[in-house]
Ligand binder design. Structure first.
Ligand code: SF4
Length: 584
């Protein structure tokens, strides 16, 4: 290690250092009658892909009755590029019923999550995931998380390369410890040695590290949101190389102006054969310079904020045995959600299915879980999970797709044509009752919030105008709220901060637009802005482009710093002045 950036170690650093490469006492607790794990093992479990949680709906009542929390676990799979086979999907579907709460959740980082797993099912669930050749290792914890890339199963050279690269990065940066096999797969016990983690060492990374690979004309993975990003530049059908981004990250803390949501910024350009080593080098710089004293500041974005991008370039050049060239200018990216039917370029077709907030469940009249199971059993498609929490069914014929649409309709699932834009592009994090950090509801109230906005937008003639609505139960940003057109970020029960001004393209950070708004008041508070957008927007102008125009901004906003952002009152003042300024 080159430098320890922190003056003192945080408690978590000590836990990692003493864990014998992520072993702790997980195996012993697993074999015992205990209902839950100790605080230090809870930290280590994350590296294995599991979060210890409790049912927040009953927490208060249980405490009143002097009962311990109703412990349960969330398990997350790391699936590079989100690609799974039909057999793997069916195994996940069955595990959700046997070991979890009967639902499966597509995450915003192209993985699957199981919720409500009780301790006695934890080992069976993780072993079951591994038996179908998927893994939970490094889906959480202070390591390289799931590697994202465009999941469209296109047969062109660029998309094929990106899928391969995502897998290679994941393999290269996966923890080397044997602890995972020992604990979950009954692997032979090994002694922890220095060589066990040649890249991560004893304390792994200061915090999580997220990377993704996009294509210059399609930012479907929101590449500016991550610690490290590669943007493939395609020339003549071939990848000429990658523009490199560093320092993105959405998480921040309410009331702490020194925590920010930040877009990744350009570093330079590397040749196509250096994609894996580029991400590895960036992760190594974070490992060596990230803050290990204060976890709120332990992300690469703070290293860049403090030391500057020029310092980062120098450090990268110093370490990489290849050239870091000048960033190649690229047009503003577009965004594709890949829903509906599309040719793959190899004679086959793929079909993107909308999954509201990623939750695959049978609820009321919408039997999504049953529908997908029957489709996968009957047509045996490949599957790919998108960064918008949807699923693509791949390798199909057009006739298959006709039949699949019929099956979905029979199970109450809407086709893309039946969705409003507000619902199609909406996302919410899980929040209550499972997430221990949630301050307010998210997934459970978002469908109703979207209903309200659907009505408002439809009445304004904006039913099909693309708009991203996102909600999270706390400021950690799991559903990427700060790059949305409109986002609601939980403050306390029923109360949200409202952000405006990101956009579909994911290359701009939103402003804090209004603080402490109740769910019931969200539409009324945004109505003047939506009405002005409907009235004065230029052809095809998105809400955030309109919003930025009335504020007369022409450069992307890099970070949120809290209340110094324009308030609703300022925007409404400008909206009032808008008619004279509007360009016909
Ligand atoms: Fe939990 Fe907050 Fe993430 Fe939502 S954004 S899942 S509430 S940590």
């Amino acid at each position: 290690m080159v430098e320890d950036a922190g003056k003192t170690e945080s408690k978590i650093e000590v836990v990692k250092r003493n864990s014998r490469h992520l072993r702790g006492t997980i195996a012993e607790t697993l074999a015992s009658e205990a209902t839950h794990f100790s605080e230090s093992d809870e930290t280590l479990l994350k590296f294995h892909g599991a979060y210890q949680q409790d049912d927040r709906d009953v927490r208060h009542e249980r405490r009143k009755q002097k009962l311990e929390e109703a412990y349960m676990f969330m398990i997350r799979c790391a699936i590079p590029g989100g690609v799974v086979t039909a057999d793997q999907y069916l195994a996940m579907d069955e595990l959700a019923d046997r070991c979890a709460n009967g639902t499966l959740r597509v995450t915003t980082r192209q993985g699957f999550q199981f919720h409500g797993v009780i301790k006695k099912n934890l080992k069976a669930a993780i072993a079951g995931i591994n038996h179908c050749l998927l893994t939970t290792l490094s889906a959480c914890g202070d390591v390289e998380r799931n590697v994202m890339t465009c999941p469209a199963p296109l047969a062109d050279e660029a998309h094929v390369l990106l899928r391969r690269l995502a897998r290679e990065i994941a393999v290269q940066l996966r923890p080397g410890t044997r602890a995972y096999h020992e604990i979950w797969l009954d692997g032979e016990k090994a002694v922890s040695t220095e060589q066990e983690e040649p890249f991560y060492g004893d304390t792994y990374l200061p915090r999580k590290f997220k990377s993704g690979i996009a294509i210059a004309d399609d930012n479907c993975i929101d590449v500016y949101n991550y610690d490290a990003g590669l943007i493939a530049i395609v020339e003549g059908g071939k990848v000429a190389g990658f523009n490199v981004l560093v320092g993105g990250g959405m998480g921040m803390t309410h009331g702490k102006a020194d925590t920010v949501a930040r877009l990744a910024e350009p570093v330079g350009f590397v040749d196509p054969e250096h994609g894996v080593e580029t991400i590895r080098t960036i992760a190594a710089i974070f490992r060596d310079f990230g803050n290990r004293a204060d976890r709120r500041h332990a992300r690469l974005k703070y290293v860049i904020n403090e030391r500057g991008i020029e310092w980062f370039r120098d450090e990268f050049r110093h370490r990489a045995p290849f050239d870091l060239r000048e960033w190649r200018p690229i047009p503003r990216p577009s965004f594709h959600d890949h829903l509906g039917r599309h040719p793959q370029g190899d004679g086959k077709w793929f079909y993107g299915v909308f999954i509201e907030n990623g939750r695959i469940a049978d609820r009321d009249d919408v039997r999504m879980k049953t529908a997908l199971r029957e489709i996968v059993r009957r047509f045996r498609p490949g599957l790919a999970l998108t960064a918008s929490q949807n699923i693509m069914l791949t390798g199909l014929t057009e006739r298959d797709i006709d039949a699949i649409e019929g099956l979905l309709t029979d199970h109450g699932v809407k086709t893309v044509a039946q969705l409003t834009a507000a619902r199609r592009y909406s996302m919410a994090c899980p929040a209550l009752p499972t997430c221990g950090l949630a301050m307010a509801e998210s997934e459970r109230v978002m469908p109703g919030v979207v209903d309200m906005f659907e009505n408002e937008l439809t009445s304004l003639g904006l039913r099909d105008a693309p708009i991203t609505l996102r909600m999270t139960g706390c400021p950690n940003g799991c559903a990427r709220p700060y790059t949305a057109d409109i986002a609601f970020v939980g403050r306390r029960p029923d109360i949200y901060h409202v952000y405006v001004g990101g956009g579909m393209e994911g290359d701009r950070v939103a402003d804090l637009y209004a603080a402490d708004v109740t769910v019931q008041d969200l539409v009324a508070m945004l109505r003047p802005l939506l009405a002005a957008w409907a009235k004065d927007r230029r052809p095809n102008e998105g809400l955030s482009d309109f919003y930025q125009r009335i504020l007369q901004r022409d450069a992307p906003r890099q970070s949120i710093t809290g209340r110094e952002d324009p308030t609703r009152e300022l925007v409404e003042l400008k909206i009032g002045a808008q008619p004279e300024e509007t360009v016909p």
